[in-house]
Design a protein around this ligand. Sequence first.
Ligand SMILES: Cc1cc2nc3c(=O)[nH]c(=O)nc-3n(C[C@H](O)[C@H](O)[C@H](O)COP(=O)(O)OP(=O)(O)OC[C@H]3O[C@@H](n4cnc5c(N)ncnc54)[C@H](O)[C@@H]3O)c2cc1C
Length: 497
Amino acid sequence: MAELNTKQKMAIPYVHMPLHDAAKRVTNFEEVPVGYTMEQAMTEAQRCIQCKKPACIDGCPVGIAIPDFLKLIEEGKPAEAAKKIRETNFLPAACGRVCPQDKQCQAVCVVGKKGDAVGIGGLERFAADWERTHGTFTPPVIPPSTGKKVAIVGSGPAGLTAAYELRIRGHEVIVFEAFHRGGGVMVYGIPRFRLPLEIIDEDIKMLENMGVQFVYDMIIGKVLTLDDLLQNEKFDAVFIASGAGLPKMLGIKGENANGVYSANEYLTRIYLMQAMKFPRYSTPLYQGKRVGVIGAGNTGMDVLRTAKRLGAEVTCYYRRTRAEAPARTEELEHAEQEFLNWKWLHNPVEIIADENNFVKQIKCEKMALSEPDESGRRKPIGTGEFVYDDVDTIVFSLGCDVNPIIPSTDKEVRINKWGIIMVDHVTCQTSKKGVFAGGDAITGGSTVILAMGQAKNAAAAIDKYLKNELKWETASIPTDPNASGVQWAGRFAQGKR
Ligand SMILES: Cc1cc2nc3c(=O)[nH]c(=O)nc-3n(C[C@H](O)[C@H](O)[C@H](O)COP(=O)(O)OP(=O)(O)OC[C@H]3O[C@@H](n4cnc5c(N)ncnc54)[C@H](O)[C@@H]3O)c2cc1C
């Protein structure tokens, strides 16, 4: 392609990633975006103006060299682009699909200040898929063993990233996972039509090939405690990456009726336990004809679209308006294309069951929004008018709290009043010697890429600890139960392996 100047690059229209037709896609679980062709990808990559101080890199919690990989795609070298991404991100195919780029790298893209930002996510996905389908991946070289052994609790993005980062530093790594397969929310929560299962399976296979061991069906805190790992099993360090899988409910009347689910249970049954293939798989799911989903965040969109694919008539209930819905714009738009019903300004107050305690109706109070308060936020206020809708399944999609099992069985691991594990914000050390934590366990429900960023910080600190280069200092770990979890505090020693 001819070399263009900045003005010419800025004049190239954004190349939208094609999507499968909505009427067709709601009949199956196939991935919705089709992916760029080589030509589309090269054109889109050409829109990057190669800023001297690229803000996009700072916008990425794992610090991908974004302009460099975009340049390689522009030059028609996707395999090299994938290799460049892999220098800092070992889950590019997943991140290219599920990262909230609109809030991170693309949010600060200079091209985006005068129009559409460069489609960094779509291009990351393109490079990663090229590598997968053309077999151009080069496995990392593992240095000789350091003789140190690290236990990782949980195999979501935080656990897998820490496993990778520690293994390439020569440490022995064993991942303990409560479920029968790895991947965390990427496998049991995020729907297949957004993130195909084989992508995560390939990444886990790669870790296995690197010598990382996985022990499934193992709940740390129940079967083995942290002290068992550190003292009896002779691990030199433990990294807790057990996520935030404890569902929140509303506490309204009727929540215990048959046909009421939390989003986590609903999605886990369908995706991890394969209820979507019932009766070929034996997981039962009471899948009604009229499904009501409470909440309009990203998880809510996933539940709505999943229920639609299972053939239900689906309605979203949210007590504010579309403008306040916490879901990403793209997720909301994709859901809106899929023939769902939207009940904005509807606050569920009761679930009404029949004589056998099966869900029959949902009762909602109609809401109005207040004038904006000092923070600019408009509060939903009840109008006193109630409506009843016939439904036979209700799914609560209101977010999750941190998994409580480990802190509840080891009081040395300090938590705040919401159950979030308290750590040093730089090193991810907990209050228990030799134990580090990362991902949703230290932030509360967050994102794949932030979990990965925290895990990279933690792995760098664990490596130092194993080399006796890190003093065990706990003064920086909050003692106040009201202290919040870690907000993204930046990249620290991630790159220095
Ligand atoms: C439905 C849904 C959709 C989402 N969509 C997106 C999205 O599009 N983009 C995005 O960036 N983020 C998304 N997220 C959030 C994202 O998935 C999480 O922030 C991320 O997975 C957190 O990673 P983690 O490794 O900390 O924890 P998790 O992914 O939760 O993994 C934790 C793992 O630890 C295991 N575990 C827990 N306790 C124990 C124990 N005691 N012993 C052994 N194993 C244990 C669990 O079984 C699990 O496999 C979504 C979340 C949900 C629920």
